[in-house]
Design a protein around this ligand. Structure first.
Ligand code: COA
Length: 254
């Protein structure tokens, strides 16, 4: 079965991470499938909302680290950048259901969702610095805006996980729910949105994001340049190799 499942019903296009044995870490092929699904959802008038979900135990462990090591994204047409562009520009509402770990882009993609429901086992983290990297997907701009600077510095410089209740307090999630009910609750909310007039949804989202969008697109590009360079540098190579070898990284020489 595919690592990304896409199912459209009642105006909701549901994208499910389906690579649980690898903690739903995201490969280039998966980014391409998600970009396709989001682009199709944007173009299809029968789709009013996208829902992104994992299962009750794991949302996503972020980018596949073996891909980072062996086939890092090389330019702006790489699937990860296509996915980011499609999601950041998506004109209709996006809902997410998050249970278990949400690492790296597993957390930063939530900044581009309109409604986020979290299981009480959700653990969010943006460990870019720990991997010799910098923030991506606009998170260097959106996290300070949402969290306040000092909490953003804790999340992005220390890279420590924070749990669902903290995410609720910050405003990253709308509601904390039992993990076994999370996907169903998010689906219900997505269907409520899908029953509303599409033009009103699209115009309201556009107005709420107006002013933010040009700066966000520019920041995603600038982060992408730095991130792409840093992926190839010794600190990140050591972090990825250490993860694959199941040992602690040694940054003493980098
Ligand atoms: N890329 C590639 N493989 C990954 C992965 C990733 N991002 N995250 C997990 N996996 C794989 C593990 O290598 C392991 O594979 P194996 O069974 O073949 O050995 C399997 O998924 C299970 O992972 P494991 O670490 O044993 O699960 P856990 O429950 O102990 O921990 C996480 C879960 C998500 C906390 C942990 O896997 C993790 O920290 N992953 C890396 C997250 C990361 O740094 N992502 C990049 C962000 S930019």
């Amino acid at each position: 079965m595919s690592d990304i499942l896409v199912h459209t019903e009642a105006g909701v296009s549901t994208i499910t991470f389906n690579r649980v044995d690898k903690k739903n870490s995201i490969t280039a092929a998966m980014y391409a499938q998600m970009a396709d699904a989001i682009e199709q959802a944007a173009a299809d008038n029968a789709v009013r909302t996208v829902l992104i979900q994992g299962d009750a135990t794991i949302f996503s462990a972020g980018n596949d680290i073996s891909d980072f090591l062996n086939a890092p994204p090389s330019n702006e047409s790489s699937p990860v950048f296509r996915f980011m562009r499609a999601m950041a520009a998506f004109p209709k509402p996006i809902v997410a259901a998050v249970c278990g770990p949400a690492v790296g882009i597993g957390t930063t993609l939530l900044l581009h969702c309109d409604l986020v429901y979290a299981g009480d086992n959700a653990a969010f983290s943006m460990p870019f610095v720990n991997l010799g990297l910098c923030p991506e997907f606009g998170s260097s701009m959106l996290v300070p805006q949402m969290f306040g600077y000092h909490r953003a510095a804790e999340a992005l410089l220390l890279g420590e996980p924070f749990m669902a209740e903290a995410a609720l307090e910050i405003g990253l999630v709308n509601r904390v729910v039992p993990p076994t009910e999370c996907n169903a609750i998010a689906q219900t909310q997505a269907r409520k949105l899908a029953a509303k007039p599409l033009s009103a949804l699209v115009e309201t989202k556009r107005l709420m994001k107006k002013g933010l969008q040009p700066a966000l697109v520019e920041r995603i590009g600038e982060e992408g340049q730095s991130f792409g360079r840093m992926l190839r540098e010794p600190a990140a190579r050591e972090a990825f190799t250490a993860f694959m070898e199941k040992r602690k990284p040694d940054f003493s020489k980098v």
